[in-house]
Design a protein around this ligand. Structure first.
Ligand SMILES: [Zn+2]
Length: 289
């Protein structure tokens, strides 16, 4: 199983359901699998479980958590059921992000597909430029968290952008938009947060906060042009040592290149050049500092 399989299974789960009121009521999802939700006074940091009781699926959520968090838990637990993935919640506390196994990540991806249905989200995000205000607008609309919303935004964006997740100072995960992926952009994983990034500066400050700024494109992107700059919107949670960054190009700073799946340049802004193995870059160079 990989991410694409998870997305496909989520789409087939959604197929045929009336999603018009899904931002307020997850009933159609529960009805589809004859599941019911039980709210209980669980321990702090314990979000929920799913169990089969007398032939019925029962999802237990922590009544002390926010409505938004409970909705996420319900959809995550539905992921365990639909994807047939065993839950490892008993063994791995939710705050142990670094130790979360792939089943848990797959269920998070499944939950994101249910909470922010593809067509509705595309519609809501259309014409919105990447910014903190945009992410907050979408968070309010879909009752979702910053990481879930920013990751979804990056993945479905029509412009080049990427959402990076970092834990304990290490780069763990990145969700690319299709246009940025088509440019052949790569981010190095399992490596420390780049020291010149906004994320590293914010984490070093030790505060749980947001910070926005510009960084050189090659601070984040592997083998990338230097000289131009990327927008970086970063958020840090000091208690869990999780750092998140949304990165995007201003339209005039995005290289107009496209690579095929072998990493070869197939199109760029001055027409197709002879393939030399070197990425051709626009000649202009400007900085915003
Ligand atoms: Zn789980």
């Amino acid at each position: 199983m990989d991410e694409q399989d998870v997305v496909r299974q989520a789409h087939s789960f959604l197929n045929g359901l009336d999603l018009s009121n899904i931002r307020d009521d997850l009933g159609p999802y529960l009805a589809k699998v004859a599941a019911r939700v039980r709210k209980e006074n669980l321990l702090p940091r314990e979000s929920g479980t799913v169990a089969e009781i007398k032939g019925k699926t029962v999802i237990t959520v922590n009544e002390n958590e926010s409505d938004e968090r409970q909705r996420f838990t319900i959809c995550h637990e539905l992921g365990h059921k639909i994807l047939g993935l065993p839950s490892s919640h008993q063994h791995v506390p939710q705050w142990g992000y670094a130790k979360r196994d792939s089943n848990e990540v797959f269920c998070d991806i499944f939950a994101a597909e249910l909470l922010m249905p593809h067509e509705q989200f595309k519609q809501a995000a259309r014409h919105l430029e990447p910014s903190l205000r945009t992410i907050e607008t979408l968070m309010d609309a879909f009752k979702t968290s910053f990481p879930a919303t920013a990751s979804r935004f990056a993945r479905l964006a029509d412009s080049p952008c990427v959402f990076v997740t970092m834990e304990s100072g290490w780069v763990k995960y990145a969700a690319f938009s299709t246009p940025l992926r088509a440019m052949g952009a790569k981010i190095t994983f399992k490596s420390p947060i780049p020291t010149e990034s906004i994320a590293a500066q914010l984490r070093a400050s030790g505060s749980s906060d947001y910070r926005e700024g510009y960084v050189a494109q090659d601070v984040w992107l592997e083998n990338w042009q230097s000289g131009l700059e990327l927008n970086e919107l970063s958020r840090h949670h000091a208690s869990s040592d999780i750092t998140l960054s949304l990165l995007w190009f201003d339209p005039e700073d995005a290289p107009k290149i496209e690579v095929d799946r072998y990493g070869r340049v197939v199109a760029e802004d001055d027409g197709l050049q002879e393939l030399t193995g070197e990425l051709p870059w626009p000649g202009s160079s400007k900085r915003k500092r």
